[in-house]
Design a protein around this ligand. Structure first.
Ligand code: ZN
Length: 329
């Protein structure tokens, strides 16, 4: 089932899941496998996810589903898999597919075909596929799998939603920025777009810089708050997201303090160690609560200047808590 791939193919899994959930299925997907050994299973699981009337990726929820059962037995007529016949995928294979799919569907509405090793399409079969892709039928969905999409016609590539699998893509293999993008883009279908935005990368650095500056200079941070913060963060949504990122940073500080695995900010391990020299578990927990509480206030149009001043003052209280050995003053 599709959820089996969540950890290893975090981003691709999320994009495909959301396209079904949000009813934004493309007519064609081109999955570049990058040597991921389970890519064919991944494609079949996605097809299953599209075809199962329950739209559940968790099999427990469709135990009695006839569709899923017949797919597993390879007897499902609305899912067709095309493998190279000898060295190439032949034109006749695609014609056969088109013919079969032009019949009325027996069970359910959607029909899916998977072209395995799509780089094995030759000129004539490519053209025949292209015709199929150019006149998409509402209920037919194509999934093309390829090791290297550059071996396909550019006209085919451009007609598909492109998905890239990672060879080893578990959460730990992602960069901090990719992880953050994943967290913040809960409802986006195309996370790849967000990741490419260089501007967001700079902002992530600014948030980390702010935390570093605060942890060094404490209440003096207020004096430089324009340069540190307000020059970069103005919009409400953006500030809300920044607080979320800050929250994850402090959670990772706490993880480190508790000798747990750092989840997001592995790239900043040195800074985390440095900051943690001056924090104990209590002060970190209190800081996390402060950021969480203030983040809630952002939703209610709070003034940015007041918000940041309040953040620093409240964080300082957590420091005092720390210095007085657990007794608040
Ligand atoms: Zn099912």
């Amino acid at each position: 089932m599709l959820d089996d791939f969540e950890e290893e193919q975090l981003i691709a899994h999320k994009i495909l899941l959301n396209s079904v959930k949000n009813n934004k299925l493309s007519h064609a997907y081109l999955i570049e496998t990058n040597g991921y050994p389970k890519s064919f299973d991944f494609a079949v699981s996605f097809a299953k996810y599209i075809l199962c009337p329950h739209n559940y990726s968790n099999q427990k929820k469709c135990e009695n589903c006839h569709q899923c059962e017949t797919i597993d037995k390879n007897e499902f007529l609305e899912l067709k898999i095309i493998d190279p016949d000898g060295q190439w995928i032949k034109k006749s294979q695609l014609e056969e597919l088109q013919q079969e799919f032009s019949k009325k569907s027996i069970i359910g509405n959607k029909k899916v075909y998977i072209i395995n090793k799509a780089e094995k399409l030759n000129i004539s079969s490519s053209n025949s596929l292209l015709k199929f892709l150019e006149e998409p039928e509402e209920n037919i969905i194509a999934i093309l799998l390829t090791e290297n999409k550059n071996q396909l016609l550019s006209t085919i590539i451009s007609r598909c939603q492109n998905i890239t699998l990672k060879k080893k893509n578990n959460l730990n293999a992602l960069s901090t920025f990719e992880k953050i993008s994943y967290i913040l883009n809960d409802n986006e279908t195309d996370i790849n777009n967000y990741i490419l935005e260089e501007n967001n990368k700079i902002k992530l650095e600014k948030i980390i810089d702010f935390i570093e500056y605060y942890e060094e200079n404490h209440e003096n941070t207020i004096i430089y708050i324009n340069k540190l913060w307000h020059d970069y963060f103005k919009e409400r949504d953006e500030i809300y997201n920044s607080f979320t990122i800050m929250l994850y940073f402090y959670k990772d500080l706490l993880n480190d303090k508790l000798n747990k695995k750092i989840k997001i900010f592995n790239e900043n391990i040195e800074l985390i160690k440095k900051i943690n020299q001056k924090n104990d578990i209590n002060s970190l927990i209190n800081k996390i609560n402060v950021i969480m509480d203030l983040r809630e206030k952002i939703k209610f149009n709070v003034n940015n200047n007041i918000l940041m001043d309040k953040l620093i003052i409240e964080l300082e209280r957590c420091e005092n808590y720390d210095r007085n050995n657990g007794s608040n003053i």
